[in-house]
Design a protein around this ligand. Structure first.
Ligand code: HEM
Length: 110
């Protein structure tokens, strides 16, 4: 598939993921829709990410770190729901993880 289309789809998944985080961590109602969007966008980001990698470069670690950040963002709403951390803290940490994942995707530093 066209690499530009894959990148655009990857970013679309990221937009949907953060929309779902806003709804589930700050929103008052419609949380079921938010958790469905959260799950779907996470899977979508992962699938398109691996489609872009084709064969994961095992000698590089940037994409493995991204997987860890992806997992953290995936666990975020559960951390808030179980009151492990306040929602606002989870949101800030997820934003920081998203920024780090974006930088890793752009810079591919190691
Ligand atoms: C929620 C976590 C993630 C965020 C916020 C994120 C964000 C981004 C962003 C902003 C880019 C740059 C796109 C561009 O070049 O314009 C990117 C690239 C990329 N991402 Fe992700 N990503 C995430 C998770 C993942 C995962 C889990 C994978 C799969 C292993 C992945 C694989 C890639 C690849 C391979 C590229 C490079 C595309 C290229 O330049 O060839 N990403 N990501």
């Amino acid at each position: 598939m066209d690499p530009l289309l894959l990148k655009t789809l990857h970013l679309a998944g990221v937009l949907a993921l953060f929309a779902s985080l806003g709804a589930s961590l700050l929103g008052g109602s419609g949380k079921k829709g938010a958790s469905i969007l959260h799950g779907i966008s996470l899977i979508f980001i992962l699938l398109v990410g691996f489609a872009m990698l084709k064969r994961p470069p095992m000698h590089q670690s940037w994409w493995m770190i991204k997987l860890g950040l992806w997992l953290f963002i995936g666990l975020g709403p559960a951390l808030a729901k179980r009151k492990v951390l306040p929602s606002s803290v989870v949101l800030v940490l997820c934003l920081a993880a998203g920024v780090a994942a974006s930088w890793l995707g752009l810079a591919k530093p190691f």
